[in-house]
Design a protein around this ligand. Structure first.
Ligand code: PLP
Length: 392
């Protein structure tokens, strides 16, 4: 089967050209001084993109590793954990918490909405001893965002630690872990950073380190251990890794971070906001329905489109890939058959690329007998881009 011409997915997504070049660099010994410096520089750049003065950890495994490490490091059996659920990943995190023996309190909303910070406040009032609040910033499977800017401070006022899944939001949404009280943030390179999958990019507050040190069940001497990275690598003067880092992936991640920093953190995020707004306008003008209940809760990394009645999502996507060479994403988890996702992250958020995604889904649905005004969708999207492009 041929490769797609365009990968406009929900992640892994198209990587920046410099990431691709970086991944082809010679393989270095992990204690080669050149690689040691690359690793340390990648950490510094990650902290910059996170806008944190705290520690960051580059864990060697897909973001799910970082999320599990955060849960295991911070949550003990019997702890009250308030888990916010507005989508598939939020639900999933709750399963881990329960597995760990936490007393799980869930604040759940339909998967096309966002959690109301007022409801978080109410849940914390009902459960005054809550130790942890966990929240997904950008629910990639439904293209929605939660107001972590408000939720973080609510949790802190109640003395809870905050674990934030920012896997797809880092670099595309505004994110300020230190100011918003997000104790552990976990991201991955394969979403908005447009880097290779395979690493967890974690930020950790001092309070979270204290809590982990005080937790006798926090993993040590384990692939799931954040403390190993703190005690052996960070506190040890950054000279000894707990285990061999993924040399190529680190190099790829550094290139992705370079792209963000060179463009500017705000400009990079604004590029995603623009692409998302143009895509939403295009979807609506084509006569299709956005999955998000309102524009306010729609995120910047993907646009989720409700599958029209009677349409088989996998069939349309296979056709779009086969006929037009464009790889798009279906829903994920329980939303798999219910929506299409147009990814606009990294290079897919740049220039007019989103017009390709809109044309592909529009024409693909039209080919299956759905009445879609493809041209009007493209016009509307270009209208948003043109308006945004006029200097103020
Ligand atoms: C991608 C993603 C993850 C990581 O999950 P994978 O499916 O293994 O990539 C976790 N949380 C969110 C919000 C994500 O978008």
């Amino acid at each position: 089967m041929r490769h797609p011409d365009y990968t406009l997915t929900a992640g892994p997504t198209t990587v920046w050209p410099r990431v691709q070049a970086a991944l082809g660099q010679p393989m270095l010994y992990d204690y080669d001084p050149v690689f040691l410096e690359r690793f340390r520089a990648t950490e510094r750049k990650l902290a910059e993109v996170y806008r944190t003065a705290g520690d960051v950890v580059l864990m060697q495994g897909e973001a799910v590793l970082g999320l599990e490490a955060a849960a295991r490091g911070l949550v003990r059996p019997g702890d009250v954990a308030v888990n916010l659920v507005s989508g598939v990943y939020g639900k999933w995190f709750g399963l881990w918490l329960r597995d760990l023996g936490a007393e799980l309190v869930e604040v759940e909303v339909p998967y096309d909405e966002a959690v109301d910070p007022g409801e978080v406040e109410a849940a914390l009032r009902r459960h005054p001893g809550a130790r942890v609040v966990s929240v997904v910033h950008s629910e990639t499977p439904s293209g929605t965002v939660n107001a972590v800017r408000e939720i973080g401070p609510v949790a802190k006022r109640h003395g809870a630690l905050v674990i934030a899944d920012v896997v797809s939001s880092l670099a595309c949404e505004e994110l300020r872990p230190d100011e918003w009280g997000l104790d552990v943030c976990v991201s991955g390179p394969q979403k908005s950073l447009a880097g290779p999958p395979g690493m967890s990019l974690v930020s950790v507050s001092e309070e979270a380190w204290d809590a982990m040190r005080a937790n006798p069940d926090a993993p040590r001497g384990s692939f799931l251990s954040l403390l190993d990275w703190k005690e052996r690598w960070i506190d040890g003067g950054r000279t000894a890794y707990p285990y061999t880092p993924s040399v190529s992936e680190v190099t790829g991640v550094e290139a992705a971070l370079d792209e963000v920093l060179e463009r500017g953190i705000d400009a990079y995020a604004a590029m995603h906001a623009r692409a998302a707004a143009a895509t939403r306008a295009g979807v609506r003008a084509m006569g299709l329905e956005l999955w998000a209940a309102s524009e306010d809760v729609a995120g910047r990394c993907v646009t989720a489109v409700t599958a029209p009645e009677g349409v088989e999502v996998p069939r349309v996507l296979a056709h779009v890939r086969e006929r037009y060479g464009v790889m798009l994403s279906p829903g994920f988890g329980e939303l798999k058959e219910r929506l299409f996702r147009l990814g606009h992250m990294g290079p897919a958020a740049d220039s007019l690329t989103l017009v390709i995604a809109l044309s592909a889904i529009g024409r693909g649905l039209a080919d299956h007998g759905v009445p879609v005004a493809v041209g009007e969708g493209v016009e509307a999207a270009l209208g948003v881009l043109a308006a945004e492009g006029v200097p103020a």
